[in-house]
Design a protein around this ligand. Structure first.
Ligand SMILES: *[C@@H]1O[C@H](CO)[C@@H](O)[C@H](O)[C@H]1NC(C)=O
Ligand SMILES: *[C@@H]1O[C@H](CO)[C@@H](O)[C@H](O)[C@H]1NC(C)=O
Ligand SMILES: *[C@@H]1O[C@H](CO)[C@@H](O)[C@H](O)[C@H]1NC(C)=O
Ligand SMILES: *[C@@H]1O[C@H](CO)[C@@H](O)[C@H](O)[C@H]1NC(C)=O
Ligand SMILES: *[C@@H]1O[C@H](CO)[C@@H](O)[C@H](O)[C@H]1NC(C)=O
Length: 375
């Protein structure tokens, strides 16, 4: 591609992303990282991995969620319990964690994840994504920001929606990643593969981790990734109260412009979800598992001492959320209000000033019948 073409593409990207300036809303970090999340607290009944997601009390007492000496959040799979085979029909699950943000975020939101380590290894399936809890999956949308399995070395981004939302063909000119599927209603979603090295697997942590960013606007959904050394200075020099300017970020890895998908229609306010499952409907499919890993998913990984899961942990410096609505940003820090939550989810008639609204609590946070990434 010539330089002029690049300039034109960047200009068209700039005009398609009308929002470049964002105001800080919430930071999940340090000793309060886990305060504004709900713990799932039962088996993986959405992707059918061989895990039981622990509640907050168990997660804390079993050391599966904690803050380390550096002040970073650790979210891990149990790697100290020895599991043995049991009679057919007996559930033998390993303990893991799934957390859902109590806040839901409407269009006009930017989300940053700064991580030093992301779970990896055979059978391991981590993900950081958003989910609309308003209706049965995928009725209220899903945006997969970080997701990969087993021996994959690159991240994979996807949207999940009902019929009618596609990645526009023009998107390939607006992104650095490689499109693998354009129909967001197919079970695997509309997928863009990251081409950057060290976006997943052992190399991610060895490179000092990095930053994932996702903006969701009426004009489109965009996802970026940078390894530690390449993080734009607007991010690396920011504090939790800094505004964030996306102008100098360059092409995103994945672009889903509104020309192919009515973002307003398909993406009501989204909750953040972070989890690690094992095997299940993607990582555990025998033909998929065997493409990067030896043996069989459950018997050769989930069973046994658990020492193979020493790398199955997230280490997170922060998750920060921002709004492009300056009025909302100055009018509020995020509030907990069931009134505003129902309004944001379409249940109320009043316009709320707060752009971040707490979901109605554990019941609604765990009600999303998502069956993401089933292949
Ligand atoms: C908490 O841990 C105990 C002991 O392992 C287990 O019996 C119980 O089912 C766990 N609770 C949840 C919600 O996973
Ligand atoms: C592991 O999960 C798969 C998929 O849900 C299930 O078929 C299998 O029975 C599980 N294995 C055990 C031993 O629980
Ligand atoms: C997109 O969806 C919104 C909400 O359903 C609707 O108001 C709007 O007219 C739609 N835009 C287009 C271009 O279809
Ligand atoms: C369990 O994993 C942690 C990292 O999360 C590691 O430091 C520890 O050595 C592992 N324990 C065992 C028994 O492998
Ligand atoms: C998963 O199980 C929990 C607890 O039984 C339940 O509340 C929830 O609705 C289930 N989710 C799905 C998608 O089946």
């Amino acid at each position: 591609m010539g330089a002029l073409t690049n300039v034109l593409l960047l200009l068209s990207l700039a005009t398609s992303q009308t929002q470049a300036l964002y105001y800080p809303l919430r930071e999940y970090a340090g000793s309060t990282f886990f305060d504004k999340w709900d713990y799932y607290g039962f088996v993986d009944n959405t992707t059918w991995g061989n895990v039981t997601y622990q509640d907050r009390a168990n997660a804390t007492s079993k050391g599966l969620t904690s803050i380390n000496a550096a002040g970073n959040a650790i979210i891990k799979v149990d790697n100290t319990t020895s599991l043995v085979a049991a009679p057919a029909g007996t559930v033998v699950n390993r303990d893991s964690i799934r957390i859902t943000s109590q806040d839901s975020y409407p269009l006009g939101t930017l989300i940053l994840l700064d991580a030093l380590h992301i779970p990896y290894g055979c059978s391991v399936w981590p993900s950081f994504w958003t989910l609309g809890l308003q209706s049965t999956w995928p009725g209220s949308g899903e945006i997969d920001i970080v997701e990969a399995i087993n021996g994959m070395t690159r991240n994979q981004i996807a949207l999940h929606t009902p019929q009618g939302c596609n990645q526009a063909t023009t998107a390939t000119q607006l992104q650095s990643g490689t499109t693998a599927n354009t129909n967001c209603a197919e079970p695997r979603g509309c997928i863009v593969m990251e081409n950057k090295q060290a976006s997943f697997g052992a190399a991610f942590g060895e490179g000092g981790g990095g930053v994932y960013a996702m903006s969701m606007e009426r004009e489109g959904v965009y996802v970026w990734f940078w390894s530690r050394a390449d993080i734009p200075s607007s991010i690396s020099t920011a504090t939790s109260s800094s505004t964030m300017d996306t102008t100098s970020w360059g092409l995103p890895t994945a672009a889903y412009p509104a020309s192919g998908c009515n973002i307003t229609q398909y993406f009501p306010p989204q909750n953040l979800v972070l989890l690690t499952t094992l095997c299940g409907a993607w990582a555990g499919v025998p033909s998929i598992y065997s493409s990067t890993c030896p043996g069989t998913c459950f018997a050769d990984n989930v069973l046994g001492s658990g020492t193979n899961y020493a790398n199955a942990y997230w280490e997170i410096r922060y998750i920060r959320t921002y709004t492009s609505d300056s009025a909302s940003a100055s009018a509020s820090v995020p509030v907990s209000s069931s009134t505003s939550a129902s309004a944001a989810q379409g249940g109320g008639g009043t316009t709320v000033v707060t752009v971040v609204t707490d979901a109605a609590g554990p019941t609604s946070s765990t009600s999303g019948a998502d069956r993401k990434s089933v292949v």
